[in-house]
Design a protein. Structure first.
Length: 95
């Protein structure tokens, strides 16, 4: 697992994972700094809203989960978090 901190966001990347969401929860529970992002080239047990399951092929997709700081999160800042996450992902992908 690769780990970087970019613009205050902890970034973890794996080639294959069961679920980025499960891994993000696990890392947060282990005490890794939030916010954090977990990405993968492929998920074998990916799921979305309301636990909907989907297939995450290894080419042509970007699969990630973003975990925010609950005590410091404000809904009006959601767009800022999403933008920072996207910028960090672009920097990592392009480096």
């Amino acid at each position: 697992m690769q780990n970087q901190v970019i613009d205050g966001v902890s970034y973890f990347h794996l080639d294959v994972i069961g679920s980025t969401n499960d891994e993000a929860k696990r890392l947060a529970n282990l005490g890794y700094a939030l916010p954090l992002v977990v990405t993968a080239d492929r998920q074998t047990q990916g799921r979305g809203t309301k636990s909907r399951v989907w297939f995450s092929e290894s080419e042509g997709g970007l699969y990630y989960s973003l975990t925010l700081v609950p005590d410091h999160f404000h809904w009006e800042d959601l767009q800022t978090y999403v933008t920072q996450c996207a910028q960090a992902l672009v920097r990592v992908i392009c480096s």
